[in-house]
Design a protein around this ligand. Structure first.
Ligand SMILES: Nc1ncnc2c1ncn2[C@@H]1O[C@H](COP(=O)(O)OP(=O)(O)OP(=O)(O)O)[C@@H](O)[C@H]1O
Length: 244
């Protein structure tokens, strides 16, 4: 493993490197002997049945689940030795997108984004305003800042979820079932957006159990299955196995 660095990439050239890690939820072993290398700019799908450990692995990457066995590196930080005080800094290097959007329902979109900027240390009003406009433009929602979350469709709310994840210019975007609540057409639009964000230079790791999306938008794929993580070639994926 490379040493801690301010660069999001370690000396092996990876933005994520996991070596023989074990993922537990309480006393249960969810995944073991996990090895994974992700290069900057890659789009990686993480697939597997409900309960196979996709969310747990993502939570390990953003240090919600502490890494106690094995070694891990993500976006500039060693996960096996990261200090509590550094976890917010790790999270600033990652954007996290959730299935249920997790917008604050008591304020409009602009204020949702402003809240995150202030919470992550931004102070200058002009700079915050500029950054909010930039991210809204990236997700094609520039005229929707005044809307309340409930006035947006699910697809639009998820675009805002992505905009929020981009606020601090993360190197790595983690998306946990981002299309889980969306209809197929809206899911396709969102996938195009995520792939565009990847083309623009970000690394994207996306957990999904919707194999049809991978058929339409092919990409490197790893699967959580029977407590193991393994790489799958496109032809090995059973596209008929659509588990919603
Ligand atoms: N907080 C928790 N405490 C204990 N066990 C948990 C906790 N969260 C998840 N688990 C268990 O860990 C296992 C893996 O769950 P996880 O959410 O990582 O799977 P997943 O592949 O993301 O599933 P899904 O597609 O439903 O999100 C499941 O058996 C689940 O019941």
């Amino acid at each position: 493993m490379a040493k801690e660095s301010h660069s999001p990439v370690n000396s092996n050239g990876y933005i994520v490197e996991l070596a023989d890690i074990l993922v537990r939820q309480e006393e249960h072993i969810i995944l073991k002997d996990v090895n994974l290398n992700v290069k900057p700019g890659e789009f990686l799908y993480m697939i597997g049945r409900v309960g196979s450990g996709k969310s747990s692995l993502l939570k390990t990457l953003y240090a919600e689940i502490p890494l106690r066995e094995g070694k891990g590196f993500a976006a500039g930080y060693h996960l096996h030795s990261i200090k509590e005080k550094d976890v917010p800094w790790l999270r600033r290097r990652m954007g996290i997108v959730f299935q249920d959007y997790q917008l604050l329902i008591d304020r409009n979109i602009y204020d949702n984004l402003l809240f995150v900027l202030k919470a992550t240390g931004w102070k200058n009003q002009v700079e915050m305003d500029h950054r909010i406009r930039e991210v809204l433009s990236e997700v094609d929602m520039v005229h929707k800042g005044y809307k309340m979350p409930h006035q947006l469709s699910g697809g639009e709310q998820q675009r805002i979820g992505i905009a929020r994840a981009l606020l601090n210019k993360p190197d790595l975007l983690l998306a946990d079932e981002p299309t889980g609540n969306l209809d197929p057409d809206t899911s396709d639009e969102l996938m195009k957006l995520l792939h565009q964000i990847c083309k623009d230079g970000k690394t994207v790791i996306m957990a999904t159990h919707n194999y049809n999306l991978i058929k339409k938008f092919p990409g490197r794929t790893v699967k959580c299955e029977d407590t193991r993580l393994s790489e799958k070639q496109q032809e090995e994926i059973d596209f008929d196995q659509l588990i919603m």
